[in-house]
Design a protein around this ligand. Structure first.
Ligand SMILES: Cc1cc2nc3c(=O)[nH]c(=O)nc-3n(C[C@H](O)[C@H](O)[C@H](O)COP(=O)(O)OP(=O)(O)OC[C@H]3O[C@@H](n4cnc5c(N)ncnc54)[C@H](O)[C@@H]3O)c2cc1C
Ligand code: FES
Length: 376
């Protein structure tokens, strides 16, 4: 039996071969770009290979996890540097001597444009350790991976990992893009599906080009939709994984639920940016902030500290006082920081993408409205 551990040292059986997982690192770490490759004909998809700038080893991660980057990006209008936080999934399997991320250029996109245009081999990027809970369920249950465009990235990691462990596990990939020009890794995935008995691959082109041939360049002309899934899949207890831009998920998720897929077999991750630039160093919340003068008690660690306006979020407050609080995206997207709110009220800096459970809060995007007691 194989086991993997995430950065909190959770042990995850993967089945087949052994892969050990390191303990991650704390805070941002410099990663050096050692490879940069365009992956599609339209030149919108770019992969970056990364090693630790300090020459140290990179910890393992779970297939499906992502890195959170802090990028200093010049504002196109004023040229003033601003700091943005963005997540990018690890797009190759764990256990290699380097990480890989693959970035889709979004028209007008601050971070993706910067990465494509201004980051070259030899440059460095600041990243948090791998995190995220959108990971491949270990075991033998058949899985269906459904990618909307750039949502393919965590699936590349899952597929490569699964094939290294057990190429017989039934894994379906439905990969939806507009046409062959915007698709990456087609030949690679087609070869894998020929070589690996359990892997089935469907390239779905919503608007195939005039020179594209069915069977060679794509397998389905049209979007990935519930009709295609129902026609292709037999009645088995699949684990479904969905990844892509929010609009893609909003259509398919209710359709899969209506088909009877139970919630514990439906896993999804939306690729979004935090609503605003998440600044660093932490901006000072100005005098007169309602939060100032409040007290925050971290119950587990037994510390009570004043909220003095020197940090922006409860997570930063915990960190400033040496409390080891969990986090991932630091932008209200992933839910990794979710913490029980024992007493008091918090205010969200903006509406988070992740909906916290009742009685909890997301410390990365809240500040106190009253004195607080949190579970940390
Ligand atoms: C957990 C996680 C993993 C992610 N992994 C990847 C990955 O592996 N590869 C990758 O390329 N991205 C990934 N993303 C998305 C990434 O973090 C950024 O949101 C994306 O690169 C856009 O950032 P930007 O600064 O370029 O665009 P922004 O400046 O944030 O956005 C510019 C405009 O583009 C729109 N926009 C933003 N994203 C998209 C999109 N995907 N499609 C269409 N319009 C969009 C925005 O609404 C806005 O109007 C991931 C996101 C999350 C939360
Ligand atoms: S760290 Fe991702 S939601 Fe808080």
């Amino acid at each position: 039996m194989t086991e993997m551990q995430d950065r909190t040292n959770r042990v995850v059986p993967i089945g087949g071969v052994t892969a050990s997982v390191g303990a991650g690192w704390s805070g941002f770490r410099a990663l050096r770009v050692v490879g940069k490759t365009l992956e599609d004909e339209a030149r919108t998809l770019c992969s970056f290979e990364l090693v630790a700038a300090d020459g140290g080893p990179l910890p393992e991660f779970l297939p499906g996890q992502f890195l959170t980057f802090r990028l200093e990006v010049p504002d196109p209008a004023s040229g003033v540097m601003r700091v943005v936080t963005r997540c990018y999934s690890l797009s190759d399997r764990p256990g290699l001597d380097r990480y890989r991320i693959s970035v889709k250029r979004v028209p007008g996109g601050v971070a993706s444009g910067f990465l494509h245009d201004a980051v070259s081999v030899g440059g460095t990027l600041q990243a948090l350790a791998p995190s995220g809970s959108f990971v491949l369920e270990p075991g033998e249950a058949p899985v269906v991976l459904i990618a909307g465009g750039i949502g393919i990235t965590p699936f590349l990691s899952m597929i490569h990992t699964q094939i290294a462990i057990d190429p017989n596990r039934e894994v379906w990939l439905f990969y939806g893009v507009r046409d062959a020009r915007e698709q990456g890794w087609h030949d690679h995935l087609a070869l894998l599906s020929e070589d690996c008995p359990g892997f089935r691959y469907f390239a779905c082109h919503s608007r195939p080009g005039a020179d594209e041939r069915a069977g060679r360049d794509y397998h389905h002309a049209g979007r990935v939709d519930i009709t295609l899934l129902r026609l292709s899949l037999s009645l088995r207890l699949y684990h479904f994984y969905l990844c892509g831009p929010p609009g893609f998920m909003e259509t398919l998720t209710p359709a899969l639920e209506a088909w009877g897929v139970p919630a514990d077999r439906l896993h999804s991750e939306a690729f979004v940016s935090p609503p605003g630039p998440v600044s660093s160093p932490a901006p000072v919340i100005g005098a007169g902030s309602e939060a100032e003068g409040r007290w925050v008690t971290f119950r587990q660690t037994g510390k009570t500290v004043p909220w003095d306006g020197s940090v922006e979020t409860l997570l930063e407050c915990a960190e400033a006082h040496g409390i080891d609080a969990p986090f991932g995206c630091r932008g209200g997207i992933c839910g990794a920081c979710q913490t029980p709110l024992v007493q008091g009220k918090v205010e969200y800096l903006y509406n988070p993408e992740f909906t916290p459970d009742p009685g909890t809060c997301l410390p990365c995007v809240v500040r106190p409205l009253t004195d607080l007691i949190v579970a940390l």
